[in-house]
Structure formats: C-alpha cells, structure tokens
Ligand binder design. Structure first.
Ligand code: 5GP
Length: 228
C-alpha cells in the first residue's frame, strides 16, 4: 500500500570532543545491518590504532586541495583550526543508493552545509555528561599536546552553542542507553511521511462491493456474539 523511497536516510552525528560518538556509532553499526558509515578524508596525521579506510582516508594537504578543486567533496571544513576534514560525494551517493541509512560523523559547520543541501537530513548531537568528564577523557587519551587540548576545548564550547540547530541531542552517559536512543530516532525517521514515494490504495467501490457480496453469503451475526 505504501511504497517508500528507495534511498536511505542521511544521518549526521556530531558531538563534542571525547563525547564517545565514535563508540556509539561503532555499536550502532555492529547491531544494525541497514546502517553504513561514510568514511571521511582528512589531512591530519593518523593516530596510533587508527586504520586507513576505516577511521579516515589519510591524505596530505595538497591531495585534499586537489579533491576540493575536482569537486569531489560533498562538504569539507578546517576543524580545530588546522586540518582539513571532508565527506566524499561519490561514496555517500553510492551508499545511499544501496537503500541503507548513511551516517556522517562530521562537525557542526559541515552538518549545517549538508542540511542546507539536503533539508531532510537528520541531525543528532552527542554530548558528554560534563566538561569535567571530557577533561578526564582527554587526559587519559594522552594523545594531544597542551595547545591541541586548548583548541579542542574552544571548539567544544563553540559547538555546544550550535545544539539548537540539531534535531536531536543525546547525553552519552551510559553507552547502551545512548545507542538505544539513536536506534529509536532512526526507526521513527523511517516512518516519516516525506519518506513515502507513493501511496497506492485499492479502488474503494470495488472493495465495498466485494465486501457486500461476501456478507450476503455469510449468515453469521456480526455483533450478537460479542454483545450477548
Ligand atoms: P578527530 O580529529 O577527533 O578525528 O575529529 C575532529 C572533528 O572532525 C570531529 O568533530 C569530527 O566530527 C570532525 N569530522 C570528521 N570528519 C569530518 C568531515 O568529513 N567533515 C567535517 N566537516 N567534519 C569532520
């Protein structure tokens, strides 16, 4: 009766530094085969443990600028005031065409650009329970120097001011709760009216006629049983 659009939903997940959005996304991908993640390009250096093609495609500044020139980026930003990060156009289109929902893990400015291009995009912001916890997580990670930590905090405070531009906000206190909340959002988004391509309803007169014909041969009382 209802034919849904074949293309999946575009979902943006942003969040302050150390809000645990990467862990939430990984858990979502493990549990939901209808979800995929677009891998971004970045000009920042690979951190220990990061995998090329899984966490990012790591390229240098010149290669990134070539991609911009060749119009290969859906959006890109200079994040934390120093490195390029961008979403590849072709890969996102290919993923959406498979019918899967596609997650972009991108920053607030990138999210706004994508929303302007595709207003039906779902914007979710993941927040750490407190900035005190963010501080502890950055310290524990131990991968940034003081200057980088200050930049990350500055960006985090700026991003929190942008939360009203998002559709949903989730505090990542308990991982399981946060994942379930995102799943609930994604499920309800699949039922959105603008996801419907066509509503095909059978001919009303034919249905009524068939119903009345069937009723003629059916002598069982309609209501009596229940009313007695
Ligand atoms: P990190 O260096 O910690 O991996 O990421 C830093 C920030 O860059 C995060 O806020 C992340 O969401 C953002 N980011 C990652 N990929 C992209 C992208 O393709 N586009 C934009 N605009 N931001 C991105």
């Amino acid at each position: 009766m209802i034919k849904q659009k074949k293309q999946g939903n575009l979902i943006i997940i942003s969040g302050t530094t150390c809000a645990g959005k990467g862990t939430v996304i990984q858990e979502l991908l493990n549990r939901n085969s209808n979800l995929s993640l677009s891998v971004s390009y970045t000009s920042r250096k690979k951190r220990d443990g990061e995998i090329e093609g899984k966490d990012y495609y790591f390229i240098n500044k010149e290669q990134f600028e070539d991609k911009i020139k060749n119009d290969e980026m859906l959006e890109y930003e200079i994040v934390h005031q120093d490195h390029y990060y961008g979403t590849p156009k072709k890969e996102v289109k290919e993923l959406l065409d498979t019918g899967k929902d596609v997650i972009l893990e991108i920053d607030v400015k990138g999210a706004q650009h994508v929303k302007e291009m595709f207003p039906e995009t779902v914007l979710i912001f993941i927040l750490a329970p407190s900035m005190e916890i963010v501080k502890e997580r950055i310290k524990a990670r131990g991968k940034e120097n003081n200057e980088q930590i200050i930049k990350r905090f500055q960006t985090a405070y700026q991003e929190i001011n942008e939360i009203p531009k998002y559709n949903y906000v989730i505090v990542n206190d308990v991982l399981e709760d946060a994942v379930q909340k995102v799943e609930a959002i994604l499920l309800s988004e699949t039922c959105r009216v603008d996801r419907i391509e066509e509503i095909a309803v059978e001919n009303q007169e034919e249905i009524i006629h068939e119903f009345l014909m069937e009723k003629e041969f059916d002598n069982s009382p309609l209501y009596e049983d229940k009313l007695n």
